[in-house]
Design a protein around this ligand. Structure first.
Ligand code: 4NP
Length: 159
């Protein structure tokens, strides 16, 4: 069975599509992408159907990472479709947990902040880069690259 991972932020146009693409890139490099299913979603629905923010796509492309996903909103089905739901900040975490309360039965997914897998930062949230400058997008990529490595090591050691 493929391990399935859903990255979640607010708009699904900056942080979570970057995390999805960075993690997928890591899997590709190790030729293990067929063992995992990765996706991303937003808690909000404002940008549904759109490509990721061009600033995020450009910053990622400079690091050799292609961000190709189109935004979608998280749904109740995701709680049983995915093994892991990884949130970017405390607000996403609270929103995802609150949404999970609408399910009246046990569900499959574990809900965990992405940065709990980091080893090079004490931050617990990936800051929202949407209203800031270019550096914010680089910071997001630095944080998700570190966490993606930790996540993969964790998945490989627990299977
Ligand atoms: P994201 O960033 O949650 O990392 O995709 C944002 C994108 C859009 C908005 C907020 C955050 N917005 O308010 O439209």
């Amino acid at each position: 069975m493929k391990k399935s991972i859903l990255f979640v932020c607010l708009g699904n146009i900056c942080r979570s599509p970057a995390a999805e693409a960075v993690f997928f890139n890591l899997l590709k490099k190790q030729n293990i992408d067929s063992l995992y299913r990765v996706d991303s979603a937003g808690t909000g629905g404002w940008h549904v159907g759109r490509l990721a923010d061009s600033r995020m796509r450009e910053a990622a492309a400079k690091r050799g990472v292609l961000v190709t996903s189109k935004a979608r909103q998280i749904s109740l089905k995701d709680f049983n479709d995915f093994d892991l739901i990884l949130t970017m900040d405390n607000s996403n975490l609270a929103d995802v947990k609150s949404l999970s309360n609408e399910i009246n039965a046990p569900y499959k997914a574990k809900i965990i902040p992405l940065l709990s897998y980091s080893s090079h930062t004490k931050l617990i949230e990936v800051p929202d880069p949407y209203y800031g400058g270019e550096k914010g997008f680089e910071d997001v990529l630095d944080l998700v690259e570190d966490a993606a490595k930790g996540l993969l090591l964790d998945l490989q050691s627990n299977n």
